[in-house]
Structure formats: structure tokens, C-alpha cells
Design a protein around this ligand. Structure first.
Ligand code: 13P
Length: 316
């Protein structure tokens, strides 16, 4: 099918079947343009929880985002166009690893990044995202009356919070990382600074500490977007994250210039959602083939995992 006619069909099916499409900023730009809402992990979790109007939600993002939506809104049918869109960071931690650390630190609460499976969340105390990690950690330390916090699985996000608090942060496990952000380097910073003198440098907290240390601003995808609006720079912005955000910025705020810190920062998993599988998911809504796209979290896991997620939303 031609791209244009596929887009028209998606728009028509969306209306006809009362489907909301929620997309992450790392989605291909043509998917973002079809979404009812585009956000960071926290924004997607909140909107999914509050969604009442539409019959179905299609979560255009990686698997943990759809799973989180399903845990937070258990009465809603949440669909994913491609179950193979995983998050490599999520596989750095599991209940077995958690158990090992819990044995060593039995009185310390465990905060896990939302980039984790439902089972990992079900075995944790509180969740956080890149936009609220510091706030969550400080509130947990106060409420649990402790200065030692277990935090996982991203070592770079752990370093980001460690540099901004006096708390003792134990990374669980030691070396978890997002391969897309972890490969950003000082060489990238040096090259792009030379190519774009005077540009502001924005990086995601999943980037290595030495890269964070060179940034003018460190934040989640939507925080970076907000920064470009609040702090316009005629010399532009060097953006250290997945290129989907840069495509979003060029689409929504074309009057400024955006340069990738590394043009190869492309998350293959995020790009596993495309017009074809989005159309197929919409087409299946309300038919027996819907089950092929439906996110199912066991009741037991969902009831346990919702606790740390709700705590995170209270602290945010
Ligand atoms: P944000 O919450 O900043 O959108 O990050 C999501 C993510 O998965 C980064 O790799």
C-alpha cells in the first residue's frame, strides 16, 4: 500500500474504532504525526492511567511502555503493534538479581527505572523515570528513613542522581546501561562543539557521566524539549539522545536548529513500530485478531507492580 493511502486509512480507522495512539518521542516521525499524544516515559504513564474516552490505546513505544500503561489502566485494552520492540536496558535486572542485593541490604528500599519488566517492578518498592529520579529518591529516603538506596538498572542515571544528593546510592546491578546512550562520548562532544560553535549541549541522563559533565542541560526527552523552548539559542542545540527527539524538535519548532550529538544514536527497537504494523493493529481492533496485539500482564504481577508505579506518580 502507498504511504499516503496507509496514513489516510490509519486516520480513518482511528476515528471509526475510537482508538487513541500514544507515542514516545523516539518513534519514527511518521508515527509521531499520527499520535493523539506524544510524551516521555512519565507523560505516557500518566496519560495512559487517566485515559477514559477511547475504547483502545495503542502504545507506540517499546514493550515496557505498553506494559506500564496496561498495569496503570487495567480496565483498558492496551495494544502494541510489535511485541519485539524490547528495551535492552530492561534485561539488565530481574527478580534473581534483586534478591541478591536485597539479601545484602535487607533494610534498603529498591527504586527501579520504568525501563524494566512487570516482574522486576513487582519486586521493587518504587519506580522512577529520567524526569523524576531525583525527586523520587529524596522522597523515598525521607519516607523510608534511610540514607542507603538501591537503584537500578541504569548506572548512568544512578551517577546522575549520585552527583546531586548526599545519599548512598547502590547501583543494581553495577553495569546496566542503555546501549544507545552509553556509547555517546567525549569525542562526540568535541566534534559537534567544533562543528556548531555556541550551540547549547543537551543530554539524556542515560549518557555516560563524562558526557553529562559537558552538558548545558541534562534531562528527560520532554525536559530537553522544554529547555529548547525556554532557552532559545540562535546557534542551535546539540542533542545527546535518540534521533527521534531531534525529528520531533525539527517538526514542532523548526525556527531553531538541532544537531545530533551522534547521528548513529538510533534505537532499532523503537523503529520496529511502523505504518504497516500500526495499520494492522488498528485493523484488528474489535476483531478476534485483536488478541495478537493485546498486552497481557498476569493479575498477580499487575497488582504488585502497580504499587511502585503509583508511589512514583505520587512523588512526581
Ligand atoms: P524518557 O523518559 O526521557 O523519554 O526516556 C525514555 C527512554 O527509554 C530513554 O532511553
Amino acid at each position: 500500500m502507498e504511504t499516503e493511502s496507509l496514513i489516510d486509512k490509519i486516520k480513518a480507522l482511528k476515528r471509526q474504532k475510537q482508538v487513541s495512539i500514544f507515542a514516545h518521542y523516539y518513534q519514527p516521525i511518521e508515527i509521531q504525526k499520527l499520535a493523539n499524544y506524544i510524551g516521555d516515559s512519565l507523560g505516557l504513564a500518566k496519560i495512559a492511567r487517566e485515559q477514559k474516552d477511547s475504547k483502545y490505546i495503542i502504545l507506540a513505544g517499546v514493550h515496557f511502555m505498553a506494559e506500564t500503561a496496561s498495569i496503570l489502566n487495567q480496565n483498558k485494552v492496551i495494544l502494541s503493534p510489535n511485541f519485539e520492540a524490547g528495551c535492552p536496558l530492561a534485561s539488565f535486572i530481574d527478580p534473581k538479581i534483586i534478591n541478591e542485593f536485597k539479601m545484602k541490604y535487607p533494610n534498603s528500599p529498591l527504586i527501579v527505572y520504568v525501563n524494566t519488566t512487570a516482574e522486576t517492578k513487582a519486586n521493587s518498592d518504587v519506580c522512577c523515570t529520567s524526569s523524576n529520579s531525583l525527586k523520587v529518591i529524596e522522597n523515598v529516603a525521607k519516607d523510608w528513613k534511610t540514607d542507603t538506596i538501591l537503584f537500578g538498572p541504569d548506572k548512568n542515571l544512578a551517577n546522575f542522581v549520585r552527583n546531586r544528593t548526599s545519599l548512598n546510592i547502590i547501583t543494581v546491578p553495577e553495569k546496566g546501561n542503555c546501549p544507545i546512550h552509553n556509547f555517546l562520548s567525549i569525542k562526540d562532544i568535541e566534534r559537534e562543539k567544533k562543528n556548531h560553535p555556541g550551540a547549547s549541549i543537551l543530554v539524556h541522563p542515560e549518557s555516560p557521566l563524562e558526557v553529562q559533565n559537558e552538558a548545558d542541560f541534562i534531562g528527560s526527552t520532554s525536559q530537553m524539549l522544554q529547555y529548547t523552548k525556554d532557552n532559545p539559542n540562535p546557534n542551535g542545540f546539540i542533542v545527546g539522545t535518540e534521533i527521534g527527539l531531534i525529528e520531533h524538535l525539527r517538526w514542532k519548532n523548526p525556527e531553531q536548529s538541532y544537531y545530533p550529538l551522534n547521528k548513529y544514536a538510533i534505537c532499532k527497537n523503537m523503529k520496529k513500530i511502523n505504518l504497516k504494523n500500526l495499520f494492522e493493529t488498528l485493523d484488528a481492533c474489535g476483531t478476534p485478531s485483536q488478541s495478537k496485539y493485546e498486552i497481557r500482564v498476569s493479575e498477580e504481577s499487575a497488582n504488585l507492580a502497580i504499587v511502585p508505579l503509583e508511589r512514583m506518580l505520587q512523588y512526581s
